[in-house]
Each structure stands twice: as C-alpha cells, then as structure tokens.
Design a protein around this ligand. Structure first.
Ligand code: MIC
Ligand code: SF4
Length: 647
C-alpha cells in the first residue's frame, strides 16, 4: 500500500484502532517535551499516577516561558521541575538554554520518531521529519508513563513547493501564504505534508518555521521529508547517526493538493489580532512602526539572526522604534556572539534579551498604548503582548529588521533597500550541552522540591446524569486559550490552580470567576456558551482545568479546536456542539439550563437536549467523542479514568 509520509510514521507507531481518516487511533510516543508553564501541572499529574520512571526513549523538561523571576514563584517552580525531572529520569534544560522547540530541534529531534509536547508549537519537529504533536500536559504525562496518545487519524493535505524564493522573501512568508489559503478555521484533524523540488532549498530551521506556525491553521501537525538537507543539519549538530531517510511513497494519496510556486511568494504580514489576517507587506508600506521584536520559536535560528544582524550592520535602528532581539537558544546566542553578529545588533541599537519566549508570551516588552508592534513570532492575539490596545503585526526577520531601521513598513520588492546581505553559515554548530542536566540512576531517590506556589492538581467527580445550572458567560468566535486563561504576568500562578482560576476570562468578564464560584458552591453547574473555533491557540490545559475548578460542566459551542476539545474531555467537561447555530444566538448569559439523561444519551450515541428554562426553548447538541472519551467523561476526567482502569 502506498503511504504518504504521515501515515508511514503513524503506521509504525500504531497500537490501537484502524488507520483510516476520521477514526480514533492510539499511537506509541517515542519522545516527549514539556515547558515550565505547562510542565509543572504535567509532572504533578505524572507523580499522581504512581509510576517510578519515565518509559519513553527520551523526555525533556524545558524552562523557557516563566523566566522573569519577580517573586519566588517561578524560581520555586524551576526547582520543582529540576528535582522532579531528576527523580523520574527526565532530561532538564535549564532556564537560559533556549526555547523548547528550538533546542529540541537542535539536540534531540529525530526523523521518523513520534514526539508529544505540552505546547501547541511542538509541530516544529516536523521540520526534521518527525510526527510532532502538541497536547495537554495530562496527555503528555500519560505518554511519559508509557501510555498511548489518542488522536483522530488525520486527513493529509499535500503542499507542493516548487521553484525558489526571491531575495528578501523567506520561509515565514511561505507559512503566512499557507495561512492566507487555509485560514485559522476548519482544519482540525488534518496534517500538512510538504514536498516538491522547492523544499531542497529550505534548511531544517526554515522548514521548522513553516511547521511551527502551521499550528495556527489548527492542523494536528505539519511535516517535511527527511532528506540530504536533514542529514546535513544533523551532521552539523554532530548527530549524523540520528539521521534516516524518510519520504512519502511515489503513489501516495492525499485528501487535497495545494501547489505553491515559491518564485511568486512575496513578503507577507499577519495583521492584528489573528495570524490568519494575512496581507502583502506592500499594502502597509509607509505605516509607522513603534516597536520591533525579533525572536521566538518561529524565527530565532542561527540563520534568522545572522540575516538580521547583517541587515542592521553599520546602520542604526530608527530613533522612534524600540527594538529587541531574543536568540532562540543558547547555541544560537553563543554562535552569534562569536561570529560578530551580536555586535552588529548591539551597535545598531537593538536591546538583547535572554534566549526564552519572553515577549512572545507577554513576559516583558509590552508595547506602548496603541502601539504598532512588528514581531517575528507566530501569534498576535488581542492583549497577548501585555498591552490591550496594541496591534501586533507578524512578519519575517528580514521585514522586521527593515522596520527597525526605517521606522515604517517597507516592501523590499518594490522599494530599493539594496541587496539582501549574503551570509555564510558555519558547517558545524558549536555543541555544548552543559545547560542540560542528564538523568542519572543515582538521583532517582532525590527529594522533590515543592515551594508554596505548588498545589496538588484538583480532581473532578464522576459525571452526573443531569446537569442543572446557568450560562456563566457568552463569548463570540475564535476565543483563544489566552482569552480563557491569560498568560503574561498571570503565568506565575500556573502551579496554583485556586489562585490562577481567579483570572479565568479576566479580559472578557472580570466577574466570571467570582460568579462561577458562587454557582458552584450552591450546587449549580456552570456552562460556557461559545461561537466558532473555541479554544484556539495554545495547548494550556489550564484553560480546561481552571474552569473545571470553578464548576464548569459543559462548553456549548458552534465548533471547538482539537487540543482544547481533548483537554476539556481530559478534565471531565462536556464539549458540545450546536446542531443549529440559531440556538447559540437565542441563548444568553444567565439563562438557566438543564441537560438530562446524559449517560444514556452518551451510551446510545444520541444527541443531548438542552432545556432552556429561562427562554422556554430546547436546543439539540452534538458531540464527537470516541468510546474511550465517553468513559473518561463519565469517570470525571482522565486521571480518574486511568485510576479506575488500573484497579
Ligand atoms: C503559546 O505559544 O501560546 C504557549 C504559551 O507556548 C502555549 C503553551 C502555554 O500555554 O503554556 C502553547 O503554545 O501551547
Ligand atoms: Fe514560547 Fe512563543 Fe513559541 Fe509559545 S509560541 S513556545 S510562547 S516562543
């Protein structure tokens, strides 16, 4: 049977189910990664499973999100992560070693393997030819313990790249172009598989920019074949033995084919407040820019920053623009310092930041009121930067560097900015893994450090046959996990669910959590009413865990995003979809609802009926749940389900 690359790797890892698009399958996971923001909860959940040691080939715990240490919380959490990693045999990448996806690509990613990460940009690993999927921390904890990861066998879309990019046009423009075709909606349970002669001219980090930001379309993952380019990258990382060739069979089948002529791609920009609002940079030419931020797991590789440095060389950043640069990893940081690129940046007037997520997740560098902030990362959700009134514009490093110099948007294809500097990249990267703590047998008896910010993960109760309660909030389309569970300064409370829960929906309704708690304490269920694509963006399971803690029992939406829908199930919250959109329109915050006969309906695959006592109407709700997921829901979440199964 001729397989595409995705199915080739999935077939090798298939442990349960039938590999047919649309059906639920269980796959084995070779590698996992966590980052600190989702990691503390993932390891607390892992600990509660009572397993003595991880069972994956390799699991890595990165600290890259919460690195601003204002107060004890983050430092305490780092120590918890370090000690818990040592105890269970997890590699620990210390704060400052770099952003999880960048470091994983450099040091651990392997073609043909499966990687599950508690971060939605885990598909970055697709750049090296692995099946890399983002999931909630609890799913990653289960995988670390040797459990399967369940997903819907995806439809695979072939993206054929032909030709060669023009000077000043880059990999970022390719993925922005793809986003302009696919948008951020309607791509759940699909995989983007890249091929065509055009990929030969794309390095592994460039491919990784494309697979990284593929997450914004909502697909399960994206992947490139493993070829000579992959081999050269692994060789340069002194990891040639990790290479193997992998590509699709000749007659492989795809559900859709998209052809892109790279010669025709132009510099693109995603306008506020969605990565799907893509236009050509030309359309913004002349628009004033207030801030430029270069970095993140999308665009902070050695080649990205070497190009930026050379564009800035012997120039000064515009007097009215604040420019910061954060290298993607310590390897990149160290190499640009030795090559002179760092000096080019400093001399131009750029502010140099730690190699962490930083500005991308709103930890520092919040722009001024109403700012036009030009950034090289992957998300520009409203308020994510830390300044609600600012607009974030997502571009390539090349365009960001031009904005830094000119103080306005410039299209280098239609304005004469000179030739793009030619850069020479070294044949070998500098290898120094001393900021990674490798697990040692001797440390297995270690005491795990727990600061006062660490609280045990709350548990849910088994699902009731009837839910009676109130709509706690009504929200519109494209609500992101950043809307549900704000990051930035709130991030440091992620290991303390009671405290973090007080910020649920903070920006949309500051009273939500107080009201929900009151309802919960008086024995009422809380319902969330949502439009299309609810739960876009990050993998943060706190967007399900904290609402669960506040008494949310069901999300009633027009449609739901993959990772968030899975997280809702994992925490025992019903993910329900309106059969008719008009029912969403007819409901309002405060409406009293009853859902009856839930268990029987789930068992018999029947729609659930919501009775709106306030409006005296009824609404039919659908759901897409596997048998396993129904059992998880009935048990009150994945932790309860796993316990019941092992008894
Ligand atoms: C993001 O880019 O939104 C994050 C912050 O990395 C999240 C993870 C998180 O919420 O901690 C993600 O992408 O999953
Ligand atoms: Fe970090 Fe931003 Fe990448 Fe998320 S998208 S992992 S916050 S750099």
């Amino acid at each position: 049977m001729a397989d595409n690359l995705t199915y080739k790797i999935l077939r090798k890892h298939l442990a349960e189910g039938e590999l047919v698009p649309g059906k639920e399958i269980g796959i084995t996971i070779d590698q996992t990664l966590t980052q600190d923001a989702t990691g503390t909860m993932a390891y607390l959940q892992f600990e509660s499973m009572g397993i003595d040691k991880i069972r994956t080939e390799i699991s890595v715990s990165y600290v890259d999100h919460n690195t601003l240490q204002q107060g004890f919380e983050n430092a305490d959490d780092h120590k918890y992560l370090q000690t818990v990693a040592a105890k269970y045999g997890v590699h620990f990448s210390r704060p400052g070693n770099g952003i999880c996806h960048q470091v994983h690509l450099e040091r651990f990613g392997k073609p043909a393997k499966t990687l599950l990460g508690s971060d939605s940009h885990t598909p970055t690993g697709g750049g090296i030819g692995m099946i890399s999927i983002g999931a909630g921390g609890l799913d990653v904890a289960v995988a670390m313990g040797g459990g399967l990861f369940y997903l819907i066998a995806p439809e695979v879309i072939k993206i054929e790249l032909n030709g060669k990019l023009r000077p000043w046009v880059s990999a970022k423009d390719i993925i922005l172009h793809v986003l302009s075709i696919l948008s951020t909606k309607g791509n759940v349970n699909k995989v983007l598989e890249y091929c065509g002669e055009g990929i030969k001219n794309l390095s592994v980090p460039e491919r990784a920019t494309i697979t990284n930001m593929g997450a914004e379309t909502g697909v399960t993952t994206s992947i490139f074949p493993s070829d000579e380019v992959t081999r050269d990258f692994l060789k340069a990382q002194s990891r040639i033995t990790d290479w193997q060739e992998m590509s699709a069979d000749k007659d492989a089948q795809y559900s859709q084919i998209i052809k892109i002529d790279l010669d025709q791609v132009v510099p693109m920009v995603a306008l506020p407040h969605s990565p799907g609002n893509v236009v050509c940079v030309k359309e913004l030419a002349g628009k004033k820019v207030d801030q430029v931020e270069i970095g993140s797991c999308t665009n902070a590789s050695l080649s990205d920053l070497t190009i930026v440095g050379n564009i800035l060389k012997n120039k000064k950043v515009h007097w009215d623009v604040s420019v910061s640069i954060a290298p993607g990893s310590r390897q990149v940081f160290s190499m640009i310092s030795k090559s002179g690129v760092l000096a080019m940046m400093i001399d131009a007037g750029a502010r140099i930041m730690e190699s962490v997520c930083g500005f991308c997740i709103g930890c520092g560098q919040a722009p001024q009121t109403n700012a036009v902030s030009v950034r090289t990362n992957n998300r520009n959700f409203e308020g994510r930067s830390g300044t609600a009134s600012a607009g974030i514009y997502l571009v390539s490093p090349q365009i960001a560097a031009l904005c830094a110099i000119y103080g306005e948007f410039i299209d280098p294809l239609t304005t004469d900015v000179g030739q793009i500097p030619a850069i020479d990249l070294p044949k070998n990267f500098d290898i120094d893994d001393s900021m990674i703590i490798f697990p040692q047998e001797a440390s297995l008896n270690i005491d795990v450090f727990r600061g006062p910010n660490i609280g045990a993960p709350p548990k849910n109760m088994a699902l009731n046959n009837q839910l009676k309660g109130q709509i706690g909030i009504k929200v519109g389309d494209k609500i992101t996990t950043d809307h549900i569970m704000p990051a930035g300064p709130r991030l440091k409370f992620r290991s303390n669910i009671k405290k973090y829960s007080t910020f649920v929906f903070e920006g949309l309704d500051p009273n939500f959590s107080k009201n929900a708690e009151k309802l919960r304490d008086s024995g009422n269920a809380v319902f969330i009413l949502a439009g299309d694509s609810y739960g876009q963006g990050s993998s943060r399971e706190h967007a399900a865990l904290c609402p669960m803690y506040l008494g949310v029992k069901a999300v009633l939406a027009k449609s739901l995003e993959r990772i968030h829908a899975a997280n809702l199930v994992n925490f025992g919250i019903l993910p329900l979809i309106f059969s008719e959109a008009k029912d969403y329109a007819n409901m309002a915050q405060g409406d009293q609802l009853v859902i009856s006969n839930i268990i029987e309906a789930l068992d018999n695959n029947q729609d659930l009926i919501i009775e709106n006592l306030t409006k005296k109407t009824k609404a039919k709700m659908k759901y897409t749940l596997s048998l396993r997921q129904k059992e998880i829901l009935k048990s009150g979440g994945l932790l309860n389900y796993t316990k019941i199964k092992s008894e």
